[in-house]
Design a protein around this ligand. Structure first.
Ligand code: PMM
Length: 295
């Protein structure tokens, strides 16, 4: 297995949502057998980690209880662990994280960065496992109302720094912390783009950064047709890959994606070409026409 904390190449997390209602793959892997088969497939395609989630975080999603979440994810985690597949558990609940770690997951991916459940830090510190702390301002049923920033990159950086400080105070090993700007979580499209350009500023926190743009709605809107309809989720693969390559070229530790094989292929090209770095200035894209190129 890849050394997740000192990877030789960017880490690729494959998304496995065991939910009836996730925005992209909801309902497709709701039964255990189909979910396990998909997890094994993503692993064979080159994922370093399969990110198993039982609660949808799409904007407006209704919350489920911990029993339902456990009932969705635990059988899948047990079966994938039996097949030797490394996994993260995508949850904001300490009880679910605890049960998932006992069942065979080895990383906690917490989209609330520890804010949703005050017990989460103790579970992670006790397990000694890596913890992905995502920037979050509230549960999905209200998060888009919270997408107000004057300096999104600076504010996300400061909030992630506070989450890291709390994790350290709870005894979490600094070597096992990964941060994530949380694209689409209380963020409008312009915020997601600013966070992409501003990745070097997030990296200056000194922790590995996970970038998770896969199939998100801002990519659908970028690719909207002449009628203004967003590009359907299943047709956002190329845009996702371009975004992932930009992120790793800017220094991201890893990406969380639905399309593992294509992502691994794209990152192999980047790797083979000498891992060229993106020369971002942190000031945003050039003004229209400033490059002398046609728009
Ligand atoms: N996005 C989703 C779910 N889990 N975890 C992290 N760390 N970062 C994210 O941006 C993130 C996440 C929502 O996307 P999905 O419905 O495709 O899983």
């Amino acid at each position: 297995m890849t050394d997740l904390l000192r990877p030789a190449r960017p880490v690729v997390m494959g998304v496995l949502n065991v939910t009836p209602d996730s925005f992209s793959d909801g309902g497709r892997y709701a039964d255990v057998e189909a979910a396990v088969a998909h997890g094994v497939r993503l692993y064979e395609e080159g994922a370093d980690l399969i990110d198993v989630g039982g609660e949808s975080t799409r904007p407006g999603a209704v919350r489920i209880d911990a029993e339902t979440e456990n009932a969705r994810v635990l059988p899948v985690i047990r079966a994938l662990a039996g097949a030797g597949v490394p996994m993260s558990i995508d949850t904001t609940r300490a009880a679910v994280a605890d049960a998932a770690l006992a069942a065979g997951a080895s990383v906690v991916n917490d989209v609330s960065g520890g804010l949703a459940d005050p017990q989460m830090a103790a579970v992670v510190a006790g397990a000694g496992c890596p913890w992905i702390l995502m920037h979050w301002r509230g549960h999905s049923n209200r998060m888009q109302d919270l997408a107000r920033y004057t300096d999104v990159v600076g504010e996300v950086r400061a909030a992630l720094g506070a989450r890291v400080d709390d994790a350290l105070a709870a005894g979490v090993d600094p070597q096992r912390i990964i941060v994530d700007p949380g694209l689409g979580f209380a963020k409008h499209a312009e915020h997601n783009w600013q966070l992409t350009i501003g990745l070097p500023e997030l990296l200056s926190l000194g922790y590995p950064v996970l970038f998770a743009a896969s199939r998100k709605s801002y990519l659908g809107r970028l690719l909207a047709g002449p009628d203004g309809e967003p590009r359907p989720v299943g047709q956002r693969g190329a845009a996702t890959i371009a975004t992932s390559v930009l992120a790793v070229a800017a220094g991201a530790w890893g990406v969380r994606v639905h399309d593992v094989r294509d992502t691994v292929d794209a990152l192999a090209v980047w790797q083979a070409s000498g891992r060229p770095a993106l020369a971002t200035t942190g000031t945003g894209p050039p003004a229209a026409g400033a490059t002398g190129m046609p728009r």
